[in-house]
Design a protein around this ligand. Structure first.
Ligand code: DGY
Length: 321
């Protein structure tokens, strides 16, 4: 008898197909990801053994307490897991897993796309073209800032931060980074470590955020941090919106302290702060940094592999506790 799985997120078709093949899957109905109340209801109604979800499901201690004791594993199809109360899951003996590794390259590609697009005003050029163009653009009009040879600061030098650094090297950029711990030389390569984030900021032409959300990073990009950047710097955030004080970011974008920003994530999603939609020097996307066919399939399959391992009594591949 296949194990009961609540498939709480809208996932690529191939992932849904495999979930239906391997499990007795109760699948989100195609309109939206399930809410916590829907997951709790479905898990209890079906005596589910596993949950598959993504960062849209806040798996809080309160939600975990309402799950039936049949649930043995919850797999998020995401590398970030700030939406899960891991301690509460552990206390109930529910293994929780994420999907590190499989999304590194596509997320780094996306961060670099945002960096280039913000620096070179891709959004504004596209807007000019869609409005019909048909006027002379002078040699001094609508100029972006050069990327090649500039200095990139990276906050968080995990897998994705390092993959962004690798791309930056292809643009002859000087790479600086701050993370809790200095990397060993083979991972650091030629990047320069700053033990103090504040000390790194004045050197940065570009700043790309790749740290997890949590109390240690909440609003780490605030008015004081933004003021320390070089005037005219470019900010890229494809990690979590919680890292940024959005009032301070808005001020920096409208005062000229920042030349531009590339934002894939917001403090509130999907109901993001619409002030940013009115700014031409912001290029935005709807939290979709890892969103290639290959990567989203790999993430979903990895989540299913984690579930299968735990339900078969093996170690999870990506345990969070
Ligand atoms: C991740 O993997 O954490 C992405 O942000 C998708 O949630």
């Amino acid at each position: 008898m296949p194990s009961r799985l609540i498939f709480a997120a809208l996932m690529p078709r191939d992932v849904v197909t495999r979930a239906r093949q391997d499990f007795d899957a109760v699948v989100a109905d195609g309109k939206d990801d399930m809410t916590p109340a829907e997951v709790i209801e479905a898990a209890n109604a079906h005596r589910a053994e596993a949950l598959l979800f993504t960062n849209t499901l806040p798996l809080t201690a309160e939600a975990i307490a309402q799950l039936p004791d049949s649930v043995r594993v919850g797999a998020t199809s995401s590398v970030g897991y700030d939406h899960i109360d891991v301690a509460a899951a552990k206390a109930r003996g529910i293994m929780v897993t994420n999907t590190p590794g499989v999304l590194t390259e596509c997320t780094a590609d996306f961060a670099f796309m945002m960096l280039l697009a913000a620096a070179r005003r891709a959004y504004e050029y596209d807007k000019v073209m869609r409005a019909g163009w048909r006027y002379r653009i002078g040699q001094g009009d609508l100029l972006g800032v050069r990327v090649t040879g500039k200095t990139l600061g990276i906050l968080g030098m995990g897998r994705i931060g390092r993959a962004v650094a690798q791309r930056a090297r292809g643009f002859d950029m000087t790479v600086l980074y701050h993370s809790r711990n200095r990397l060993p030389a083979e991972l650091e390569q030629d990047a320069r470590y700053f033990a103090s984030f504040d000390d790194m900021l004045p050197h940065c032409d570009f700043l790309s955020l790749h740290a997890p959300a949590g109390p240690a990073t909440d609003k780490i990009i605030n008015a004081a941090a933004l003021a320390k950047l070089k005037r005219g710097a470019v900010l890229v955030n494809v990690s979590r919106g919680g890292l940024v004080d959005e009032d301070a970011l808005f001020d920096a974008l409208t005062s000229g302290q920042l030349f531009a920003a590339g934002l894939d994530v917001f403090r509130s999603e999907p109901d993001f702060d619409l002030r940013f939609a009115a700014l031409d020097n912001v290029i935005m996307s709807p939290h979709i940094g890892s969103g290639s066919v290959e990567t989203r399939n790999a993430m979903g399959f990895r989540a299913l592999d984690n579930i299968a391992a735990v339900l078969a009594g093996r170690e999870a591949i990506d345990p969070l506790w």
